[in-house]
Design a protein around this ligand. Structure first.
Ligand SMILES: NC(=O)c1ccc[n+]([C@@H]2O[C@H](COP(=O)([O-])OP(=O)(O)OC[C@H]3O[C@@H](n4cnc5c(N)ncnc54)[C@H](O)[C@@H]3O)[C@@H](O)[C@H]2O)c1
Length: 320
């Protein structure tokens, strides 16, 4: 199949690119490299360096590539930035997303697969509701959660107005090779980066706050399954497990042989105490289950190179 992947030079999107190419699909990546890197890019993918907000150039790419599937991973993905600049967040995640949707309809794309968030949608669910299911009330607590949710609503609307199917995958906390240690959310990448540099990571609060950590290869597999399954569904991808920041710290420190103590700092105001996501629907609709446990995932993250070698890509900056 001809597939366009937005955000394919980013952490998760680049793993999806690899899996689609391995499955024999033809892949074109659209990415403005704002947080992604050419080093993540599979040299067998075509690459268009472009911002989603550039509608006329997007149109040209769709016209040329004639994709059957669009996999949409590009986003303004930082909660803090969304609070500081909600307009920029909405311009990327909503208007940029609508530009993609407009091209999908115009060029008769069959299906769009969307990388949504679970964590930023459900808010602080009480312990009794964890692991949270898809029908748990959605209450975004940041402009990022709101913009990601808004675009999911557009997908549902477009599936009714036009002949365009969708699958929205609501991710838990994803970790693995190529995650940017400079990013705000990737505690595994941040801890690994600091411990390898023999520096003590900071832990905000008492470190007993929990998250649901899902390995990136499991996410890529769900994106493969979604090519042909789970029509017009919103599906959680998580492990249904909770792991505390203190536990993560200990696991990574043990793996690296780091003996320093964490620097405990004041808790971040408004930070959710516990999070985990039920994946029964993913099993039912996609035939998916998480395969890589956290200990194995951390080992794999440490073993794999974080980037690819720089390669001359003949398609680089084809549009700009
Ligand atoms: N990492 C997680 O734990 C997590 C959790 C939930 C949802 N998600 C979603 O998964 C997707 C990928 O996240 P990631 O962690 O790989 O982040 P990432 O920053 O590594 O990837 C995002 C990619 O989008 C590109 N991009 C950003 N704005 C763009 C624009 N205007 N035009 C074109 N390209 C643009 C970036 O350059 C980058 O390559 C995002 O949609 C994010 O909301 C991630």
């Amino acid at each position: 199949m001809n597939i366009i992947i937005t955000g394919g030079a980013g952490f998760i999107g680049s793993h999806v690119v690899d899996r689609y190419l391995k499955a024999g699909h033809s892949v074109a990546v659209i990415d403005n490299l704002s947080t992604g890197s050419v080093k993540n890019l599979n040299p067998r993918a075509k690459f268009y360096k472009l911002d989603l907000k550039n509608h006329s150039q997007l149109d040209k790419i769709f016209k040329r590539e004639k994709p059957e599937i669009v996999n949409h991973h590009a986003a303004q993905a930082e909660v803090r930035r969304s609070v500081d600049d909600p307009i920029f967040d909405a311009q990327t995640n909503i208007i940029g997303g609508l530009n993609i949707l407009h091209c999908c309809v115009k060029y008769k794309v069959k299906k769009i697969i969307y990388a949504n968030t679970g964590g930023a949608l459900y808010g602080a669910a009480p312990s009794a509701k964890l692991p949270v299911r898809e029908d748990y009330p959605i209450k975004p607590e940041s402009p990022y959660g709101m913009s990601k949710y808004t675009f999911e609503n557009y997908l549902e609307l477009y599936s009714k107005l036009f002949v365009l199917k969708y699958t929205s995958l609501r991710y838990a906390n994803i970790y693995g090779p190529r995650q940017n240690p400079q990013g705000e959310a990737g505690v595994v990448a941040i801890f690994i980066g600091l411990m390898l540099a023999n520096q003590s990571p900071k832990i905000f609060g008492d470190g007993r706050q929990t998250r649901d950590y899902l390995f990136v290869a499991d996410v890529a597999q769900a994106n493969v399954l979604a090519l042909t399954r789970a029509r017009n569904q919103k599906i959680n991808l998580g492990t249904a497990q909770q792991t505390s920041v203190n536990q993560i710290y200990k696991m990574i420190a043990a793996e690296i042989g780091f003996t320093g103590k964490p620097i405990y700092s004041p808790a971040i105001k408004g930070e959710i105490r516990r999070a985990s996501q039920n994946w029964d629907l993913a099993k039912k609709k996609l035939g998916w289950s998480p395969k890589v446990d956290l200990a194995t995932g951390i080992k794999k993250t440490l073993k794999k190179k974080h980037s690819r070698p720089d390669l001359d890509n003949p398609f680089f900056a084809l549009v700009n």
